[in-house]
Design a protein around this ligand. Structure first.
Ligand code: CDP
Ligand code: CDP
Length: 221
């Protein structure tokens, strides 16, 4: 069977990471969460200052550790930051950090090295356009701002964070706007990406749809 790479891009809370993890599990592929990498560099900048982040950029080590449960842990310089990178502070600062050219060059290079063999499902904002432009299957995952904010609200409440829908909607839209309008590798649908609006779809439906598209590629068009 042919082994392919799958790139999944789109705005915040469209369902990219949930679906990418499941698709990777089904196909026995490796899942790479590029957002977690930008979040890790942001956490480093918050802890050590932006200047030190730039000075030490090439020494910032990010690794993914797969657990038997199927969950993935994120290690920043050997420290488990899986939960810390989802904090409010990191979320509020990540788009700014992700707009720096040096940060993008460093992380895109790391992402391409991680994907040196096929069999990757990678999600983010610029995977189909910049990181893996030759990926055999590219998905641009969308959902209405209302649906995305409602999905995030459930997650935040589960984490014990008291936020309201209005604030979350505003934060998501501001982050998308920033990601779409930055100079380097903005969030944009690749020309050859399949547009998938998940607003009215369950997780299982989205997963089946992408598996079907992937199998078409694997089995040859
Ligand atoms: O999970 P969520 O949609 O909240 O975001 P994420 O995938 O963890 O990405 C966090 C932020 O990292 C995004 O808002 C972008 O600013 C940045 N990012 C990026 O610039 N390029 C990527 N390939 C992935 C994320
Ligand atoms: O990675 P991204 O920010 O695009 O989204 P996510 O973190 O995978 O998904 C955000 C939330 O939406 C998760 O809690 C998913 O369980 C949920 N979700 C959903 O309810 N229905 C879908 N079709 C996809 C995701």
């Amino acid at each position: 069977m042919k082994i392919i790479n799958i790139a999944i891009d789109g705005p915040a809370a469209a369902g990219k990471s949930t679906i990418s993890r499941r698709v990777a599990g089904r196909l026995n592929y490796m899942y790479i969460d590029t957002g977690a990498m930008y979040r890790s560099v942001t956490l480093y900048a918050l802890n050590h200052g932006t200047e030190q982040m730039f000075d030490n950029l090439n020494r910032i080590d990010i690794r993914f550790k797969n657990e038997d449960s199927g969950n993935q842990r994120v290690l920043l310089n050997n420290e488990d930051v899986t939960e810390a990178i989802r904090s409010k502070e990191v979320t509020a600062n990540v788009s700014k950090v992700a707009s720096y050219e040096a940060v993008r060059t460093y992380l895109v290079n790391m992402q391409q090295q991680l994907a040196d063999e096929k069999g990757i499902v990678m999600d983010g904002r610029d995977v189909g356009t910049t990181v893996l432009p030759d990926a055999e299957l590219k998905i641009f995952m969308q959902a209405s701002p209302k649906v995305r904010a409602e999905r995030r609200l459930i997650e935040e409440r589960e984490r014990g964070n008291q936020v309201d829908l209005e604030t979350l909607t505003k934060q998501i839209m501001e982050r998308d706007e920033f990601d779409m309008s930055r100079e380097i590798s903005p969030l944009v649908q690749a020309e050859d990406a399949f547009l998938l609006d998940t607003s009215e779809m369950t997780i299982e439906e989205v997963e089946s749809c992408i598996i079907k598209l992937a199998l078409e590629k694997v089995e040859g068009e």
